[in-house]
Design a protein around this ligand. Sequence first.
Ligand code: HEM
Length: 407
Amino acid sequence: MDIGLAMQAMRDPAGVPAHPVLFQILMVFTWIFHIIFVNLTLGAAGLAIYSFQRRHSHNHWERLSIATTKVAKVGVSLLIVLGVAPLLFTQVIYDPQWYVSNVLSARWAIAFIFTLIIAYCAWFIFYFNNHTGAKSFIVGYAGVALVLFCLDGLIMHVLSYQALLPEQWLAWYAPNGIVDSSGSTLHAILWPRYLFVMSLSVPAIGLFLLAYAEYFSQRADYTPEYLNFTNNLGRSLAFIGFSIALFPLLIWQFMHPAGTGLITNPMGWLLAVSLMAMSMWIRNMPPKVHGYVPLLGGLGVLTLLAIWREIVRIQYLKPFGYSIADYTVNLDLPSTLLFFSTLLGVGGLVGGFYLTLLYRSARVQGPYTAEPAVSKLGNWAIIVLAMWIATFFTYGIVIWVRNSFLV
Ligand code: HEM
């Protein structure tokens, strides 16, 4: 059987509603936001546990543990929500690979959801009980949650990686010619790739702490000693984290299959250089640098990673003649227009309003009164949301009436 032809046949016969490269760009772009919150959450969860264990040595640790527990709590919900968009785009242009990979490890794909639910519940138990004078045993819940979060990351990695190895699908589906439809095996793990992406959680929480110290510097209830403590810790974690992450990345670099040209591809090396540059810069950064600036560097590293993952995917699938460029296009302008206006209107304006509100409100101690600009933004957010709901339903009803009664 020609696996390349099989992949073509498994494509959605309806095609895609706009040029496939558009979906590719959106997939890479939206994945950046997913992985930002994966790394932030795992870093915050790890630090929350570590600080909890050190809480008797100084009250800074206790305060930090409570704060990072909250960061991880919010982070999980965001990483889930922000995982949906790249998931949808992957399913649009890489549907044969993604579905085969999921079916081959179906039990794990389903277990992913349940383990994520259990992990999140365990984290909430830790969150509810992590306050001054907390009992020691509650850290067990946090430990279970963190292990399960890492397992979920591993499942995500396996699903991504198996999708790149079509030449092995048949052997996994029917080992020695006997069909195994249990879906109970994780068939392929590339440990350096998994460990590299996960290890970025250490610098991520480091950069977050630098921004945290800057953000709360205006508030009287955050003492300079505490903010100095978080700033120093953030700097150490970011420096150490970027340096450590270089090792699994370099191992991954040399594990790319011969003939794909990935070992000599400049993009992978640019990623390695960006890690080195970040770690050196953080180490020597003058104290007067604004605490948000390093975040931009972190964003740059994750953007390179997102692009690099896509280059890796393209090169792995090329020998099988699979290219998204020849995906059938059935242009559907109204739905494409609806999508982009949703992204800009609801994502940009309504999302922008929430972000501005959150940002401004926590900078003041006690109740916050919205400035006129923020309040105006809020009004516009409501108007846009109402327009979006009206358009969405009108569009659906028109199509339903046309297809059901007029054709
Ligand atoms: C604690 C939970 C999660 C963790 C730790 C996690 C971690 C990861 C990691 C490490 C990768 C990169 C894998 C690789 O490149 O080898 C990844 C990719 C991805 N994750 Fe997550 N993830 C989680 C939850 C989710 C959820 C809930 C969704 C969807 C709603 C999601 C959607 C995706 C998608 C679409 C990809 C890219 C797949 C591809 O490119 O083929 N993730 N995730």
